[in-house]
Design a protein around this ligand. Structure first.
Ligand SMILES: NS(=O)(=O)c1ccc(C(=O)O)c(S(=O)(=O)NCCc2ccccc2)c1
Ligand SMILES: [Zn+2]
Length: 262
């Protein structure tokens, strides 16, 4: 519901995105230069409430795979942190590389991670639909969590087991009882936050980004299953592995990245 793919571009998956984006001075992702981030003591701890029963489906949109939630009630909310309003979870998805050497969208002091999780929320205090919020200043709040290769993530396995059933673009399967909270790191009090954009078309500058300092660990094998997905639909003759579905870092353009920790 919250994901009518805005447009699937034929260009290489590593989004360059349209060169001239309206405004274009708050694009994402960015490199987070730790020593240039500014401690903001007003930043509160994040408050997330997620109800696993509102998980609806998992699908391959030809760019990533999305796990979608019922966002017609306030069952899955994000509050606090840098946010003034209550935001509702619409979906979460990942970005990853063809090898463990790269794959994340944000970097920390130029350090790349093998993958990055994005939990997409929209401002339900000000807007009635995701589609409205996505076009508005601060209409969205996305939590970013870096993935590192290490021990197997038990909570992720249910999702990994569903991926072979959505190998091709536009395939959807019912997916229920999944708690997105299990994908957050133990410490959600330490994060960086800045004003940016979607990293996929329409690249709208409507996102308050909240990037977790602490990463989560997944196993090599779990990440390998991400790479078994395809960008292409079943009918296409040439099948292309879904890898490197990240956008390159964008200029900071004078923005300040705030930190909730020293
Ligand atoms: N990396 S990111 O968090 O910026 C992001 C990536 C993918 C998508 C997506 O919908 O595919 C999304 S989305 O769920 O926000 N949808 C954006 C496309 C869209 C625009 C307007 C209406 C519906 C969908 C966000
Ligand atoms: Zn994303």
């Amino acid at each position: 519901r919250c994901n009518l793919t805005a447009c699937s571009s034929k260009m290489h998956p590593m989004w360059q995105g349209p060169l001239a984006v309206p405004g274009g001075d708050r694009q994402s992702p960015i490199d987070i230069v730790v020593r240039k981030s500014v401690l903001d003591t007003e930043l509160k701890p994040l408050k997330t409430t997620y109800d696993p029963k509102t998980c609806q489906q998992i699908w391959n949109n030809g760019y990533s795979f999305l796990v979608e939630y019922d966002d017609t009630t306030d069952k899955n909310t994000l509050k606090g942190g840098p946010l003034q309003d209550t935001f509702r979870l619409c979906q979460f998805h990942f970005h990853w590389g063809e090898t463990n050497d790269w794959g994340s969208e944000h970097t920390v002091d130029r350090r790349l991670f093998p993958a990055e999780l994005h939990l997409v929320h929209w401002n339900a205090d000000r807007y009635s639909l995701f589609e409205e919020a996505v076009m508005e200043d601060n209409g969205l709040a996305v939590i970013g969590v870096f993935l590192k290769v290490g021990k197997r993530h038990e909570g992720l396995q249910k999702l990994v087991d569903a991926l072979p059933t959505i190998r091709h673009k536009d395939s959807v399967v019912e997916f229920t009882c999944f708690d997105p909270g299990c994908l957050l790191p133990a410490n959600t009090d330490d994060y960086w936050t800045y004003h940016g954009s979607l990293t996929t078309p329409p690249l709208t500058e409507s996102v308050t980004w909240i990037v977790m300092k602490q990463h989560i660990e997944v196993s090599h094998d779990q990440l390998a299953v991400f790479r078994s997905l395809l960008f292409t639909s079943a009918e296409e003759e040439v099948q292309k592995s879904m890898v490197n579905n990240f956008r390159v870092q964008q200029p900071l353009r004078g923005r300040t990245v705030r930190s909730s920790f020293t």
